[in-house]
Design a protein around this ligand. Structure first.
Ligand code: GLC
Length: 436
């Protein structure tokens, strides 16, 4: 493995162990309540959008509550939008007064990092490469800008280098003023705005000078689509430390062109919006999200699950309940997630395998008829079998009905050869197989 891959492997060790994080999208768009892209989708001009900064006063903001909610949900890291595409900063910046310091006299990022560290969780900051507030960001010909195609901006002359100076300067503020930052989540590259168009090499070198251990996503080069050079034989210096598939679990995990696993993280929303949108009631059930977290880990990946607090700083009850349910399951079964990875075995028809050294975890999502066939495992590998949640011994399932399948180990949930329904945990019953 080349030194860059060795350095990356060391950097991401904690991250690949922790597996599960919280994303928080929060800003002026949380007042508007129609998602974080509302300024672009509704082509809201600055003069109509900046007044939200005047009213932004999150009286219910208590990041200690958010951090505790993340911890109780079994999440090990939390990433907050320090600045989203609308350009509004939740942190004190010497480079602009379009910040929460001006709006409500609070450095919301400072309060956030202190609270998250207070719960012993890792700290991540999301920073948008796009900026629909900065005068030197492209507008008329841009793909996304709220003023795209607006004749008033057709002949505007901008100094993009001046914007990059601002962007790099703000990122330097974030990596020098807020203590150890564990994750920097840049978002996102598109069309000709990728890689060196952002002066990405200079940016990454500056970041690593201040925060040598920080891990960075791959969106200095790409977005939720594509992986960037992180999958190449010789990746760019700014390729990042993990790929960031968005709203999709890579069907076969992610490997580079040499077939080596690449760290990756599914980023997904608890409903269908990143930013607060009370009309979006399509919440993913906690059972589904638990199963998707298992699927991610079984394919060697992480999951970061997003919540979108409202403009006053509180989190809706439905989101809280989903997180609470996930935490209950992880309280009992977290050993089959944290520190686990792809088991490199054929996927069983009833669920998934995850593995951590000599511990192989069978995630049973569907009840068998009779004993459960532990396909992909050979009998002589098995030392013992226990149900993870309560440690109870699981009986090997061999009996007269399995005689024709001697090469496959079976395990029984009930008295053989009776039907083993229902599963002890209908969401995911985890069996811990200790290997010899
Ligand atoms: C997409 C959304 C952006 C969000 C990001 C999170 O890029 O457009 O608003 O911050 O996903 O991954």
């Amino acid at each position: 493995m080349n030194t860059n891959l060795q350095e990356r492997a060391k950097r991401v060790e904690w991250y690949m162990n922790d597996r599960f994080g919280m994303f928080i999208h929060w800003g002026l768009y949380s007042i508007v309540g129609r998602g974080e892209w509302v300024m672009s989708t509704e082509k809201i001009p600055l003069e109509k959008y900046t007044p939200y900064a005047d009213e932004f006063n999150p009286i219910h903001y208590d990041p200690k509550k958010w951090a505790k909610m993340a911890k109780d949900a079994g999440m090990k890291y939390v990433v907050l939008t320090a600045k989203h595409h609308d350009g509004f900063c939740l942190f004190d910046s010497k480079l602009t007064d379009y910040t929460s310091m001006t709006s409500c006299g609070r450095d919301l990022v400072r309060e956030f990092v202190d609270a998250v560290r207070g719960e012993g969780l890792k700290v991540g900051l999301y920073y948008s490469l796009l900026d629909w507030h900065h005068p030197d960001y492209p507008k008329y010909d841009d793909l996304n800008h709220p003023m795209r195609g607006n004749e008033a901006f057709k002949d505007e002359v901008i100094d993009f280098d001046n914007y990059l100076k601002y962007m790099h300067g703000q990122i330097e503020e974030l990596v020098t003023n807020y203590g150890k930052i564990d994750i920097l989540w840049f978002d996102y590259s598109y069309e000709n705005l990728r890689g060196e168009a952002w002066k990405a090499t200079e940016l990454v070198r500056m970041v690593r000078k201040h925060q040598p251990d920080v891990i960075i996503d791959n969106r200095l080069e790409t977005s939720g689509e594509g992986f960037g050079s992180i999958v190449n034989e010789i990746p760019e210096e700014f390729c990042g430390d993990f790929a960031s598939p968005e709203q999709i679990i890579p069907p076969e995990g992610i490997r580079n062109v040499l077939g080596q696993p690449v760290p990756w993280e599914l980023c997904t929303t608890i409903n269908n919006n990143w930013g607060y949108n009370p009309s979006d009631l399509l919440y993913k059930p906690s059972a589904l999200l638990i199963r998707k977290l298992v699927e991610c880990v079984s394919k060697g990946g992480n999951m970061i699950l997003n919540i979108g607090p409202n403009g006053l700083g509180s989190v809706d009850e439905k989101s809280c309940k989903v997180l609470e349910d996930m935490g209950h399951w992880l309280d009992k079964n977290g050993q089959s997630i944290y520190g686990c990875n792809n088991a490199n075995r054929p996927k069983p028809e009833w669920g998934w395998y995850t593995q951590n050294g000599k511990k192989l975890y069978a995630h049973v999502l569907e009840a068998p008829i009779g004993p459960l066939a532990l396909t992909g495992i050979s009998k002589d590998e098995i030392k013992s079998i226990r149900r993870l949640a309560d440690g109870v011994e699981m009986k090997q399932g061999d009996s007269w009905i399995t005689k024709s399948y001697e090469h496959i180990p079976f395990v029984s949930f009930g008295d053989l050869p009776h039907f083993s329904y229902p599963l002890p945990d209908p969401v995911d019953t985890v069996i811990e197989i200790t290997l010899k």
